[in-house]
Write a protein that binds this ligand. Sequence first.
Ligand SMILES: [Mg+2]
Length: 371
Amino acid sequence: MLRWLKTAAVKPGLPDPQKANTPEKKNLIENVNESVEKEMLTCSPSSPSGSRKRKRGNYERFSPETKAKIARYAINHGASKAARYYSTTLNKNVQESTVQRFKTAYLLESKRNDGSPITALTPQKRGRPPLLGNLDEDVQDYIKDLRISGGIINTNIVRCIGRGVFLHKDKFQLEEFGGPMTSEKILFVFDFDHTVIDDDSDLYCKRLAPGGKIPHEIEKTYSDLGWTHYMGLIFDYLHKHGVTEKQYRECMNEIPLRDGMRELIEHDWCDLSTVNLYKGQIVVDHKEKREREGTQYKCVVLVGDRNNDFCPALRLSEKDVVCPRINYRLWKKIQKLKSESEDGNDGLKIQAQVVNWTSGLEILEFLKTLN
Ligand SMILES: [Mg+2]
């Protein structure tokens, strides 16, 4: 297969230059094919460049007005009641998780509009504006041709196409030729509680206990035995009282996302990795593993709020970014460190650039300046 890939005139799944309608396009396809071929030859089946398929549910379609109605009903009567009611009224399967999504979107939209009622939930515009200037069209054309030829399209391939187009048309824009363009990715690391969501997911689950109350004998263990043991006892207690995985999922779905997090997470940045319950070592290991697989990172962006985000923050380098949530422990700790070093105290140091945040939109604005 490899031998054939190297010797065949037209590579499988790549656009055929002979079919181009202008000599310029023929030339461009030949050159970009070379970049993409290299990627196809170097990717291993387990690497992210492989043809891994994402599973997707069968989404039912709803009009923006219906979405808003369902969300309002869920806010007033609860998500499961809304799912049942609209499954009957609309005569289609309305999933409770779908209702939760509408509810969260509704609450966010309403907040953006100073709490006024929303009559239609229109989908957020996704993706980023063209960053490649007038060469963006060439990249898009090539992607279309690649799709028609049945080739694989993923982030690595698209990155190679971008690079290939620049190499052929305007190589001095590329970082390696002294230009501002880099094709490296950003590794995002998100904390979860009070960062992605606006609550503590462990504590939130306590409401699943009978009567929403955890017995005092368990509550009092927290101060003596610590958080992990305390939560272990709570989950044991919930399990004994028949709390199901479905109930946990529904409970998690109820927790609103932090302002701007949906926009930040959905934005089409290069790479996105969610690591819950991470420690510094997990971030370092993950980064090294991906680098061994051939992914080069421009920087790591770490978004968090608590003391346990401090350890990975200390391990970041000058080219990385740490985003502590304002007025939360990580932010306070970093503030303290800064004032100590200003006083000439040479203790621990955060080398990464610090970008404080309250809404995910502030991080998004900062990230736009990185390109
Ligand atoms: Mg947290």
